[in-house]
Design a protein around this ligand. Structure first.
Ligand code: ATP
Ligand code: MG
Length: 413
């Protein structure tokens, strides 16, 4: 019996997993600089937590939630996103900590396609307790610094302000009025949304729907005066900080909990279905809606797969992944080679050898395949001379180093 992975999930093999490690490491460097702390949240929750927070007319809840009944008949869901769980944990821990980051897999029962998996990974950030334009900017700059530290070159920051829940209600009426006699131009999903959640139509990726809503006056013209002023102030400070952004007046995000500022980091490298690599915004009502004290909050999540895809299109490679030394030995001297391997590793030199006692030629091939920087050769000659040969794999030059000095000489390089 041979097993295969399920549809929509994947194995990330070493030819790619080094990119993941790198992305996580670079993200954490910045998160620590901003004094955010890791929170580890469960992968399963009561399904209701997500329905309540994400919204029952969103794509995630309508189509994508990965749910099941447990042995006691409780409705459980694999988490489709991280915010709801972090908010629940924030409330359960009585708001002891404020600035979090998380990383881990999310599950959405979507139709598997390029850039859309049923299990995918996110790094996310949530910050509780402060409702100010400075916090909004801090979060956008944090997101930008992470992408810059990873080395992503081409992205655009899109922002919008979708107002309070009250503003959104009023605006939904506007959309409904405007579209009620144009239903035939909407996709079937959006016809349903027209009744349940008109704002969600702005989030549709269908071209005819996108065209249609372009003509509606944007939501940011309807938001309360205070929010509008704050939004203007925020844009000015972003400009002071030299952070370039564009306003996307139809940006609403695919989850219901957002109020006020929303943003997406968009790339042109991956095609329209997966161009958002990072997304977030403010959600000042969610803590209260989930049973906590009213607490303003904001955050974002970035998809690791899409970030790695962008790195691949930018021909990213990691020098540091290749070994420093590949030990090539005559099979009579395998023990000597192995002891040296251990000593070099103890001396923090990234060293590799093959245990298969292959020919010189085949070992050299392996060293090349791994792009090893040097080959250290232990053959009959070397043993006789009490010296090892060190071959620079880039330029082919070779030198002899006294056995006793080998560790020091290598560390010098
Ligand atoms: P989209 O509009 O692309 O469907 P979304 O609004 O569902 O995105 P969020 O829930 O905000 O996205 O998730 C944030 C990020 O997580 C996305 O920008 C993307 O990078 C990643 N992401 C979301 N869904 C998937 C998926 N099915 N497969 C891989 N990555 C995903
Ligand atoms: Mg989605």
């Amino acid at each position: 019996m041979k097993y295969e992975k399920l549809r929509g999930v994947k194995d990330v093999l070493p030819r790619e997993s080094f990119l993941w490690e790198y992305v996580v490491k670079k993200a954490i460097e910045i998160l620590k600089r901003y004094n955010f702390s890791l929170i580890i949240i469960p992968t399963i929750e009561e399904e209701n937590l997500f329905i309540r927070s994400i919204g029952d007319a969103t794509d995630i809840v309508l189509k994508e939630i990965y749910n099941f009944l447990d042995k006691k008949g409780r409705k459980i869901a694999l988490r489709p996103e991280g915010t709801a769980s972090v908010v629940r944990a924030f409330i359960e821990s009585s708001g002891e900590f404020k600035d979090f980051f998380y990383l881990g897999q999310m599950f959405r029962y979507d139709k598997p396609q390029k850039g859309r998996d049923r299990e995918f990974y996110q790094i996310g950030v949530e910050s509780f307790g402060v409702d100010s334009e400075y916090k909004d900017i801090e979060i956008i700059k944090l997101a930008k610094d992470i992408l810059d530290n990873i080395g992503i070159k081409s992205y655009e920051i899109q922002i919008n302000n979708i107002g309070t829940k009250e503003d959104q209600k009023n605006y939904s009426k506007k959309i409904k009025d405007y579209l009620s006699n144009k239903k035939e131009k909407l996709c079937p999903d959006c016809i349903k949304k027209l009744e349940r959640a008109p704002l969600r139509i702005l989030d549709c990726k269908n071209e005819s729907c996108t065209e249609l809503v372009k003509n509606i006056e944007p939501i940011c013209s309807f938001i309360t005066k205070d929010l509008k002023e704050r939004y203007e102030k925020m844009k000015n400070i972003l400009t002071d900080l030299n952070i370039k952004f564009t306003e996307n007046k139809n940006l609403v995000r695919g989850l219901d909990y957002y109020t006020g500022l929303v943003f997406e980091f968009v790339t042109q490298k991956l095609g329209p279905q997966q161009n958002t690599i990072l997304a977030g915004g403010r959600y000042n009502d969610l803590v209260e809606e989930l049973g906590g004290k009213k607490t303003p909050a904001t955050g974002f999540a970035m998809g690791i797969e899409r970030i790695c895809e962008v790195l691949k299109t930018e021909n990213f490679s990691l020098e540091s992944e290749s070994p420093d030394i590949f030990i090539i030995y005559d099979k009579n001297y395998i023990k000597e080679a192995f002891l040296l391997l251990c000593s070099l590793r103890d001396a923090k030199v990234k060293t590799v050898m093959s245990f298969e006692e292959n020919s010189f030629k085949s070992q050299m091939r392996q060293a090349n395949k791994l792009s090893s920087k040097f080959a250290l050769i232990i053959g009959e000659e070397e043993i006789k001379m009490q010296k090892y040969s060190l071959k620079n794999m880039k330029d082919g030059t070779q030198i002899q180093i006294d056995k006793k000095e080998i560790i020091n000489k290598i560390k010098e390089r």
